[in-house]
Write a new protein. Structure first.
Length: 147
């Protein structure tokens, strides 16, 4: 069995990891909201920067998740105990809000992509019409150099 000091140390470590995980999830949610605003404004370079930041946070979150799972396992926490934990509820809430925000951004980006495809198709039609006009020699005018 664990000694009291070891349990206290592992519990403190678990709380620190959960707190750090929650803070990173909040940052992730903030970035998701910024990404939506960038998509609404058509700032696609800004989106790329945000995606890069989100990727870094995502990697940290994966590490936190592994460490938290190991600590919980060593402390003998069950899935039911974890579900009742307030911090776990907050983590789930933040993750759900981030997913909802990402869905909004995805719709905006899909709309921007569809508009771009339509604009490119219209540009191609205009270019073909313009090229056909420029290739035509007579252009509907009769011109006599002798007059």
């Amino acid at each position: 069995m664990f000694q009291s000091e070891e349990i206290t140390t592992k519990s403190d470590s678990l709380i620190e990891l959960l707190t750090a995980q929650c803070a990173d999830l909040e940052k992730l949610l903030t970035l998701a909201r910024e990404e939506t605003l960038a998509a609404e404004g058509g700032n696609f370079l800004g989106i790329l920067d945000i995606v890069s930041d989100r990727e870094r946070i995502g990697k940290r979150l994966e590490t936190f998740h592994r460490q938290i799972a190991e600590l919980r396992n060593s402390l003998g926490e069950t899935d039911e105990t974890i579900r009742r934990n307030q911090m776990a509820k907050r983590v789930i809430e933040i993750a759900q809000l981030t997913i909802e925000q990402d869905n909004k951004t995805r719709l905006l980006l899909n709309g921007a992509r569809d508009r771009s495809v339509n604009e490119l198709n219209n540009l191609e039609k205009s270019t073909r019409g313009n090229n056909a006009y420029l290739r035509e020699q007579t252009k509907g005018l009769a011109y006599d150099k002798s007059v």
